[in-house]
Design a protein around this ligand. Sequence first.
Ligand SMILES: NC(=O)c1ccc[n+]([C@@H]2O[C@H](COP(=O)([O-])OP(=O)(O)OC[C@H]3O[C@@H](n4cnc5c(N)ncnc54)[C@H](O)[C@@H]3O)[C@@H](O)[C@H]2O)c1
Length: 318
Amino acid sequence: MERWRPRKVVIIGAGAVGSTFAYALAQSGVADEIVLTDMDANLAQGQVLDLAHGLPFYPNVQISVGAPEDYRDAHAIVITAGSKQRPGESRLSLLQRNAHIIQSIMDGIQAQDSQAVVVVVSNPVDVLTYVAQQRVKWPRGRVIGSGTVLDSARFRFLLSKHCGVDVHNVHAYILGEHGDSEFAAWSISHIAGMHFDDYCQLCGKCEDWQAERDRIAEEVRTSAYHIIGYKGATYFAVGQALVRIVSAIVRNEKSVLPVSIVLNGEYGLNDVCLGVPAIVGEAGVERVLDLDLPSAERAALEHSASILKQALAQLVGT
Ligand SMILES: NC(=O)c1ccc[n+]([C@@H]2O[C@H](COP(=O)([O-])OP(=O)(O)OC[C@H]3O[C@@H](n4cnc5c(N)ncnc54)[C@H](O)[C@@H]3O)[C@@H](O)[C@H]2O)c1
């Protein structure tokens, strides 16, 4: 029988997203050990002390500053490390710098012979997940991106608010790129098993449901811009989304989540990472759900894939 070992989560990047995720994870009881690392050693040290002073109030958990050896026995490694855009810097140049960061992190993880599932969060998350996967060439399910889990949470929240129904009764998915070309997958979105069009008939509150649908999808797509405009970054909801993904991994929950994963023919797409519904368990993505989407949604997914492939081609061409 396999010996029990603590559920250990390593977070690389102790900035706004990494530290907020650590805080949410500590409160969740999902992990036994949380390890934070950052190229800024003082930042990592300060975050760990601040988090650890809350230990009397969390479920039992250890929180420490990490070293590369911590990758060895980790169950999940979450990468939130990234560079910010410098004044006057192009998006491509930022992408190149972040791709180099991800590659060197993946080299470090591989050097420790880690068996962990890696979750990439740094943006542009779909491109960087692909870069990470290409670097190590592990089974594709072991390197996943946070995909559209956060966007889908935003979608569920807005739908619940609009319909006046508990958010836990709303199952709804944003798919594709975590970014401008993402789209609302209405065909697989429900309230308590009812398609939204059917629920709308039942409810009868909206004057123009089609217009409301478009408005809600647009609000999801632009919400990160608004939050960044107000306060410079987004970190609370993504922290919770990461707890959800990591919980599925370390507790082998087999949860259906729209994470980013390299597609191998699903939806007719190859060699690109996109947010699609997948079953997530201890091995990472255990199965990609290749759904029979209606033609408009399939076209939207193909459009997202083409945008991401262009970004990858630019990266390779430099
Ligand atoms: N996927 C999502 O849904 C989602 C949501 C929000 C933010 N993000 C992304 O998460 C990333 C982090 O955002 P943030 O607000 O925490 O940024 P931040 O600047 O606060 O933190 C980034 C941290 O990474 C560290 N870092 C940089 N290079 C490193 C390296 N090589 N090794 C270790 N640490 C390194 C920096 O020192 C910094 O502390 C960004 O790319 C952001 O766009 C993704």
